[in-house]
Design a protein around this ligand. Structure first.
Ligand code: SF4
Ligand code: MG
Length: 327
C-alpha cells in the first residue's frame, strides 16, 4: 500500500570454481515512500551486493538466486533487461562509490547527462540543456561545468555531478553505495547534508550503504545492520543508537566516536567477518561475539522483535520459542 519497495527473501550468490558463495542470504526489507534507510556493516558483509541485487545491477559471477524485489508494483527480479532499462534513471537511480569509475572520462558532464536523458526520453536539445543545468544547480554546481570533463572537477564535485545525474528524472528511489567514502570528512558531511536536503525537497526515498555508522546516524530514518550476508538488526535510527539489541551493532557503535560527543574509548570488534562460502554454524557472529553462549554454535537465530527494533540474536528469542526448542 504505502510501501515503495518490498524485498522478500533475497538471495545473491557468487558462482565460484569451489562452489556457490551466498553473499546475501535471505534479506527482507520494506521501504516507505520518501524514507531514508541506512545500511551499515563492515566491508564484505554483503551490503553493496544486496544493493546491487535490489537494483538488478549484478554481473556474473554474482546473481540473484532467490527472492523478489517489488518496486512500484513490479518484481524487478523477473523483469526483462528492456523493462528494467525503462525504470532505471526514470523511477530509480543508482549512485556508485566512485564517480571516477561511473563517469566517462572522455565526455563532458553535459554530454553524459544528454546520453542518459536520450536513452529514456524524447526531449528537445533545449529541454535537455535546461534540465541538465537545473539538476547541477540543485546540487550546488555552477551549470558552466556541463562543459567540464570529470577530471576537471574535484572529487566532491564529481560525486555531486553523479547525484545530479541521478536526479534528472526525479526518481522515487535513489540507491547509494558509499557515495562519500572517497571524500575527506568535511566534504563527506557537506555532501550528506546536501543529499538529505534534496531528499526532503524532492521526496525520493534513499537506501544508503556505508561502513560508517556515524555518517548515516544524523540522516537515516531507519538503520539496517548487516553481518555475513544477513540482516542482524533493523529499527529506527534513534532506537538502534539508544539501545542496540544485537551484540554486533553494539560493537559497531563502540567503534565510532559517540554522536553526542561523549568521550569514550573506541574498542571496535576483534576478529574479521567470516568467509561467506563457509559461514560459521549457528549464529554467524558467534566466533566474534563477546556474549556468545554454548547454544549459539548450533542454533540459528531468527530476527526477533525486541522493543522497537528487530535483532537476530538468541538472547532475544521469545520465551515460548525457547521452551519449544528445549522440549
Ligand atoms: Fe552472540 Fe549468541 Fe546473540 Fe549470536 S546469538 S549475537 S553469538 S549471543
Ligand atoms: Mg562495498
Amino acid at each position: 500500500p504505502n510501501a515503495l519497495l518490498e524485498v522478500r527473501n533475497l538471495w545473491v550468490e557468487y558462482n565460484t570454481p569451489t562452489g556457490s558463495v551466498p553473499a546475501v542470504a535471505g534479506v527482507d526489507l520494506t521501504l516507505a515512500k520518501g524514507e531514508f534507510l541506512g545500511v551499515v556493516g563492515e566491508s564484505g558483509c554483503g551490503k553493496s551486493t544486496m544493493l546491487f541485487g535490489i537494483a538488478q545491477l549484478l554481473n556474473p559471477p554474482a546473481s540473484v538466486t532467490a527472492g523478489e524485489v517489488w518496486f512500484k508494483g513490479q518484481n524487478l527480479v523477473a523483469l526483462s533487461a528492456k523493462s528494467l532499462n525503462h525504470l532505471r534513471w526514470r523511477d530509480f537511480s543508482v549512485v556508485m562509490q566512485s564517480a571516477m569509475n561511473a563517469l566517462n572520462p572522455v565526455h563532458t558532464i553535459g554530454h553524459q547527462f544528454k546520453d542518459a536523458i536520450k536513452a529514456h526520453a524524447k526531449w528537445s536539445e533545449t529541454e535537455i540543456r535546461v534540465r541538465s543545468a537545473e539538476v547541477l544547480e540543485l546540487v550546488g554546481i555552477d551549470p558552466v561545468h556541463l562543459k567540464s570533463y570529470p577530471h576537471q572537477l574535484s572529487g566532491g564535485m564529481r560525486q555531486r555531478a553523479m547525484i545530479a545525474m541521478a536526479l534528472l528524472f526525479t526518481p522515487d528511489l535513489i540507491v547509494m553505495d558509499e557515495p562519500t567514502s572517497a571524500l575527506d570528512v568535511v566534504a563527506q558531511r557537506s555532501l550528506m547534508a546536501q543529499i538529505k536536503e534534496l531528499q526532503k525537497q524532492l521526496g525520493f526515498a534513499v537506501i544508503f550503504v556505508t561502513h560508517d555508522m556515524s555518517l548515516v546516524s544524523h540522516f537515516s530514518d531507519r538503520l539496517m545492520v548487516m553481518y555475513a550476508g544477513q540482516v542482524v538488526e533493523l529499527g529506527t535510527t534513534r532506537a538502534v543508537f539508544d539501545a542496540p539489541a544485537h551484540p554486533y551493532s553494539k560493537g559497531l557503535l563502540d567503534a565510532f566516536p559517540s554522536i553526542r560527543g561523549e568521550k569514550k574509548r573506541l574498542t571496535g570488534i576483534p576478529g574479521a567477518p567470516p568467509n561467506l562460502g563457509r559461514p560459521p554454524t549457528g549464529c554467524r557472529f558467534h566466533p566474534r561475539c563477546p556474549v556468545a553462549m554454548d547454544r549459539c554454535i548450533v542454533d540459528e537465530p531468527e530476527l526477533y522483535q525486541v522493543g522497537a527494533v528487530q535483532a537476530r540474536c538468541l538472547l532475544h528469542e521469545p520465551a515460548a520459542q525457547k521452551v519449544e526448542i528445549e522440549s
